[in-house]
Design a binder for this molecule. Structure first.
Ligand code: HEM
Length: 620
């Protein structure tokens, strides 16, 4: 199957029908022990640094969670089944094989060891060049789960790097901070986006997320400057206005006593925001269901479905002409592209008519969009590349932020004490007014809530790369052409790297400490990736989610609706719920305290934007 970072495309083995059982002797490889050892280790009972059966909580119904210790808890049952299957050796490749057994027999027969070394040189070579632990089999039975959950279980067994083999397909799963850093930052030139680029081609073409090599370098240098501080500051108003529209909607629902499905509302909120921010287009999808909104969702769902499809039927030439679904996708794409063309020509006219000189922090007050910046900087209006980049940012900045808000509200619904603390801060910092950029530094706890939500629910949960050169990962040499999944989910939930890894504790991040990022967390925390391909919208997204969260919780209380379906995870571009996040929204009784504000001079939080400067300099 595939799964995407913003379309973290992950060609998942899930639908590949293959033989499942490994009939060989069971061999539990413990990556924490020297790989040259031939003893078999089991880590199911103990493994230094790992605790077994951690609780990955995400399920609630009627506002109450099933007891994780209850043996009938379906989540727990699934965990136990998977653990049992791993323990049975189903996912474990036999490390011995014929040459190993034959050599052992000859040795037992008394043949000199030196002669055997000569005969079985390759085996010894392997020991010097250790072989990556391998998990093999079918995960058909766990297909119903979000794919990164079984990867987590396998990680607890096989460690920070292992190979997952399904029939002819093989992937390296990386969950080790130093290996992640090596791939993403230290030796990033040796890796491309691989499968991701193939799956996203129909919608993003050579846009910034899938692009590699020289195209990526040139476009990154063009786009990063567009998200300068003045632009992001201007966006704060936009975030406020859009969230206000959502508040009005929730207000009406609260009056009518109607429950609301927050996941789809967040998706609409962030689509409204990103449309204005990227190309000055008001989708207004919080109030309207226009054709263009439907077209955007058609394309988004197609990208997600392609990422989990067993066979790439869309590549069959005739298919796109006969399949009603593919025809719908083609016409959605046409509508979006036509709209983009119109927006580009309107914007071009504005740029031609204005007298503003282009400079580093150039921004048209009437239209501060990224498109306006790009055209004013001299981007080619007619180029497909410009359209690809706009489309990429539309998708990149939409689903991710919506998912962050969804899971933040889910987490808050389960931790009323965190919600109270959050509301207290928001009341005292904001009172009743719209947030400004100055407030971003003051909404410290609100920011920590988002940081912690991004740790527990990273969007996307897996980053995808392909090696384009031979390399060495940890102690293991790898060949060019390896498909690699860096599991951010595993890094962020590793019991080896975090205390109470599965608990929602915003307090783990010191209020006066730096904003946590991959650099100051040494690659155990990667909410926006790292290295030269780090998210260009990290500051934008952080402020967007902080503004939306603050404005919503100061007006309303949120609870999981009575009789709501359980909140479970599934994967698409990001982590979705399976059946939405249905909540009861009530107006807060307590009027917010309006503080008398002494505005301190605003300073940029350097930890948010620094890596982008690094990234730009790395492209030079
Ligand atoms: C909370 C919201 C967001 C999250 C969690 C997020 C996360 C990420 C991550 C993890 C990556 C790295 C992907 C990889 O290494 O394969 C990335 C890349 C990217 N993001 Fe975001 N993102 C968010 C919002 C945004 C926004 C708002 C924009 C645009 C305004 C954006 C634009 C991009 C682009 C263009 C890239 C590709 C950069 C490159 O490859 O050079 N993202 N994002």
């Amino acid at each position: 199957m595939t799964m995407a970072p913003h379309f973290a495309v992950f060609h998942s083995p899930v639908p590949v029908p293959i033989s499942t059982q490994c009939h060989h002797k069971q061999f539990h490889y413990n990556p924490l022990k020297p790989s040259s050892s031939s003893s078999s280790y089991s880590i199911f009972t103990t493994q230094k640094g790992f605790s077994r059966s951690p609780v990955i909580t995400c399920s609630s119904s009627n506002g109450t969670d099933p007891d994780p210790d209850d043996v009938n808890n379906p989540e727990r049952k699934r965990r136990a089944q998977l653990s049992a299957r791993i323990a049975s050796g189903e996912f474990t490749v036999q490390q011995s094989g014929f040459p190993f057994a034959f050599k052992k027999t000859l040795l037992n027969l008394g043949l000199p060891e030196q002669f055997l070394h000569f005969l079985f040189g390759r085996e010894d070579g392997r020991r010097q060049n250790p072989v990556i632990p391998e998990a093999k089999g079918s995960i058909k039975a766990i297909r119903s789960e979000a794919f990164f959950i079984p990867l987590y279980e396998l990680y607890l067994t096989y460690g920070g790097i292992f190979r997952l083999t399904f029939g002819p397909k093989s992937f390296l799963i990386v969950s080790d901070p130093s290996i992640a850093k090596h791939i993403l930052k230290d030796n990033s030139k040796a890796y491309s986006k691989g499968i991701l680029a193939e799956i996203l081609d129909f919608v993003m073409g050579k846009g910034l997320i899938p692009a590699d090599g020289e195209i990526w370098r040139v476009r990154r240098r063009a786009i990063v400057p567009a998200l300068h501080l003045k632009y992001v500051a201007a966006m704060i108003n936009l975030f406020g206005q859009a969230t206000e529209r959502l508040c009005n909607k929730l207000d009406a629902a609260a009056s009518d006593g109607e429950d609301v499905e927050m996941e789809s509302l967040f998706s609409r909120l962030t689509l409204d925001i990103i449309g204005k921010a990227v190309f000055n287009y008001d989708f207004d999808c919080l109030t309207n269901d226009t054709g263009i909104v439907e077209a955007v969702y058609t394309v988004l769902r197609e990208a997600e479905d392609r990422s989990v499809a067993p066979i790439p039927v869309w590549e069959i030439p005739i298919w796109k002409d006969i399949s009603p679904r593919q025809r719908k996708v083609a016409s959605a794409l046409k509508l979006i592209n036509d709209t983009l063309d119109d927006l580009i020509s309107i914007c071009k006219r504005m740029v031609d008519e204005e007298e503003l000189q282009f400079h580093e922090e150039y921004m048209n007050e009437k239209d501060p969009s990224i498109l306006h910046f790009l055209l004013a900087s001299g981007d080619d209006v007619s180029s497909k590349q410009l359209r690809d980049d706009l489309m990429t940012m539309l998708i990149a900045g939409h689903e991710t932020s919506a998912a962050v808000l969804t899971w933040t509200f889910y987490l808050l619904s389960k931790e009323p004490s965190v919600m109270s603390k959050l509301q207290e801060e928001v009341d005292s910092v904001l009172g009743d007014r719209f947030p400004s950029i100055e407030d971003m530094k003051k909404l410290k706890y609100t920011t920590r809530v988002i940081n912690e939500s991004l740790r527990l629910y990273p969007q996307p949960p897996v980053l995808i790369r392909r090696s384009i050169e031979d390399d060495v990962l940890g102690e293991y040499p790898i060949k060019r052409g390896e498909d690699i999944f860096i599991s951010v989910w595993n890094l962020h939930r590793s019991p080896k790297l975090w205390d109470d890894a599965d608990k929602f504790v915003p307090e783990r991040w010191a209020l006066d400490g730096p904003n946590p990022n991959e650099t100051n967390q040494n690659f155990r925390y990667l909410p926006f990736g790292g290295g030269p391909r780090k998210c260009v919208g990290d500051m934008f997204a952080s402020y967007e989610t902080v503004v939306a969260l603050a404005m919503l919780v100061r007006r309303f209380n949120f609870q999981i609706a009575l009789g709501a379906p359980p909140v479970e995870m599934t994967t698409g571009a990001t982590i979705h719920t399976t059946q939405g996040l249905k909540m009861t929204v009530t107006r807060r009784m307590k009027p917010p305290v309006v503080p008398s504000l002494q505005m301190a001079n605003f300073e940029v939080d350097s930890s948010l934007s620094l890596s982008d400067k690094d990234a730009v300099s790395q492209t030079k």
